[in-house]
Design a protein around this ligand. Sequence first.
Ligand code: AMP
Ligand code: MG
Length: 438
Amino acid sequence: MSAHRHTHAGPGFRSVDDHIATVAALFGPPRVITVPIADALGRALAIDVIAAVALPGFDNSAMDGYAVRSVDVVQATAATSVRLPVAQDIPAGRTDVLTLLPGTAHRIMTGAPLPLGADAVVPVEATDAGTDTVTIRESVPAGASVRRAGSDIEVGEPALPAGTVVTPPAIGLLAALGHAQVEVIAPLHAVVLSTGSELVAPGQPLAHGQIHESNGAMLCAALQSAGAMASLVHFVPDDVEQFRTRLDAIIDGHAASTPVDLIITSGGVSAGAYEVVKDALTGHGVDFVKVAMQPGKPQGSGHYTTVSGTSLPIVTLPGNPVSAQVSFEVFVRGPLRATMGLPARRRRTLATLTDALHSPAGTRQFRRGVLRAGPANPGRPGQHSDPDNHTATVVPIGPPSSHHLRYLASSNALIDIPADVVDLAAGDEVEVIVLDQP
Ligand code: AMP
Ligand code: MG
């Protein structure tokens, strides 16, 4: 299924792909920060890390045993053992430079520096473990059980290229190379602003007609799972003046501590009365459009400028919880991650639909689904392409309407139904977006 199938939308509607591009264009260039290496986890490296030291930094023992000259133990066997005086004891961490004299051994521990003149280590298991003299029952070739300086990485070799998403082993390598800090692409800080006079914070009692505010917590979690930082602002009532005053106060209030990079709102953008976001931001740098998509038709995006002149990207998501979350997935997650140098695209796969689905003409529909991996066997002879893709099934769950948060919460995939597809039968192949990270 190729991308161009999605790009045509009816008159008055923007296509999903066009709106993705619009949102992507809001973000500025990546910002680089220096962080302690422990805080670099999951961030993209902003610089090539080149080894400034070799690893290992010095020849050292790979075993607990005895450093020897291999020529001195060449005769050693179980029957004809070789006895050598033990001239030194070298635990790991000994820092003086030692020299092994011919015809002697040094007791040495794993990681301890090999004495000059030694070319091999006899493992303790092949000896009597003596401390004054040692009886050696096996010969060892030159180089045995020795970790050569630079055998892992040499000075000047590339260790981690810019763009690497930092993993725990990458943090280990940075530490081993002596870095306490590293330059990474900064996480973006998004403020989430929920609107709706009916909203009450979770944990508070509800009067008739009120609901618990769920988009704020959900979108903050979505932002964090995408690698961004999120602040939830207590929702604002459907009042244009209060909305804009609040928005300005938030942006300016964070300026000194954690500057805001992005505003995300939910609610107040559709076609009813009291559409506070739309009313407050129309004419203030934000475009409100209808996207040929379900859920998530009403969308807005642009740059909002505060009274004090700060201009920030803003994405206004619809209020229905499923619309808000699916819109985040489709429009915000990718561009946000790309700006942070992180892989932007969710994994997509083909799967066999288990039940028939109907989708409105001219609308790209994202239905909730449970994706099940196919059997591990590689498929029938003659079957082409990746067997994984062709044996997975997807079970559509829940109706299309956008208040069914329960079904979104138990899905692990979005079934991406192109705008020109109206009827799908059980057994049809569909493309799904895999929601395999939180
Ligand atoms: P709106 O887009 O403001 O017209 O809201 C559409 C629907 O989503 C209404 O049923 C709202 O009550 C609901 N809604 C809007 N914002 C939230 C929110 N933050 N949490 C839960 N439901 C919401
Ligand atoms: Mg509302």
